[in-house]
Design a protein around this ligand. Structure first.
Ligand code: FAQ
Length: 332
């Protein structure tokens, strides 16, 4: 156990209440540390709400990486060449690695891996809405790399400066790998857009289906974002959801133009005065439907994750037996 925090979830009420009340002085001193850009480490004192916010965000992030392997994994055996297959395999393996660093970062806050996985499988914990959409064609793999990894980088580069040290440090490596992913996605789109009419149409169709869900990845608009204000005060988040979404649109629209593709938004236009692209209304009903478990692939994604978990039971059992054997040997 690395931390002063205990996993309070699932504990009897009277036990939770035994944690000493947080004094105003402690809370103020903690905020001063955040304001001074000090890194908070696992053994440092932290408000319980800060710890809970991080466990929520980091575990959701880890679940997203793990569930996020499925839409692309779907194309591993069907990638159009050996080279594309090898690249995609490496990318999907990277996502598994990101999930593992992130679960480890969350564990430093005193929550167990088993608890996080249980919360995912029971539907209690969220993962990114984007991974509930289907990958129908090869161009979807290009669109995921270009748009989904592009959005992930926009969100995650500022997380390298997150106040919580273990999360910030994990993000540095994750972001380096995500930027390779984004380029491989753009490269797939570029090749398709320089190919036949049918290939270009496939790329356009993928952009049509992935554009709006990619904008939703950044979360609800600022006025509806319940956690943003506190997370920004604690310097977990550095930019609001809407600020990051705008940065993504500003960076991505010229890339679509370079590819010769049309962003599927009749209201999209560049505002010379502000220097930003203005875009149409997001269908927030669709976003909340996906969050409620009713997206195109929610059930399929969780069922597949549950099956993988069940199939892996013997590995966990073997690891426990191995650890027990070594503990006995060490004690002797
Ligand atoms: N999907 O108050 P806020 C990737 C929830 S990794 C589902 O604004 P917050 C790599 C939110 O949790 C992608 N739920 O929340 C890859 C909260 O619900 P809760 C994942 C969402 O935390 C690429 C409620 O709505 N990235 O793509 C979503 O301040 C390719 C209210 O929202 C991260 O996790 C959503 N899109 O801001 C892998 C980055 N948006 O928890 C494979 C780290 C919001 O109260 C292939 N996370 N919600 O039940 C974050 O930056 C933040 O958590 C936000 C949300 C920005 C996602």
């Amino acid at each position: 156990m690395y931390t002063q925090g205990l996993d309070q979830q699932g504990k009897p009420e009277q036990e939770k209440q035994r944690r000493p009340a947080e004094s105003e002085a402690e809370l103020r001193a903690f905020q001063r540390r955040c304001d001074a850009e000090e890194k908070i480490e696992a053994k440092d004192w932290m408000p319980e709400a800060y710890r809970r916010t991080l466990v929520r965000q980091i575990s959701q992030h880890a679940h997203s990486e793990i569930i996020g392997m499925q839409p692309e994994g779907n194309w591993l055996t069907r990638a159009p060449s050996l080279k594309r297959k090898v690249i995609l395999l490496a990318k999907v393996q990277d996502e598994a690695g990101h999930g593992l660093y992130l679960y480890s970062a969350a564990e430093t806050l005193g929550v167990s891996r088993d608890k996080m996985v249980d919360d995912l499988l029971s539907g209690k914990a969220k993962y990114s809405s984007i991974f509930n959409y289907a990958t129908l064609t090869w161009a979807d793999i290009g669109a995921i790399g270009w748009l989904v990894d592009g959005a992930a980088i926009m969100n995650q580069v500022p997380l390298c400066r997150c106040s919580y040290g273990p999360y910030a440090r994990a993000m540095v490596r994750v972001c380096k790998e995500e930027s390779f992913h984004q380029r491989q996605g753009f490269d797939i789109m570029h090749v398709l857009c320089s190919g036949s009419e049918a290939q270009k149409a496939m790329a356009q169709d993928a952009l049509n289906r992935w554009w709006w869900p990619s904008l939703m990845m950044f979360g609800p608009s600022d006025k509806d974002s319940e956690h943003s204000a506190q997370s920004m005060a604690w310097k977990i988040k550095r930019f609001s959801n809407d600020e990051l979404r705008q940065k993504f649109v500003d960076a991505t629209v010229p890339q679509a133009e370079f590819l010769g593709l049309r962003v599927p938004d009749d209201d999209l236009h560049f505002n010379e005065a502000t220097g930003h692209y203005e875009f149409g209304d997001i269908d927030w009903q669709e976003f909340y439907d996906v969050l409620a478990g009713n997206g195109p692939c929610n059930r399929e994604r969780l069922a597949k994750r549950q099956k993988a978990h069940d199939d892996g039971a013997w590995v966990r059992e073997a690891a426990r037996a191995y650890a027990a054997k070594h503990a006995v040997q060490e004690a002797a």
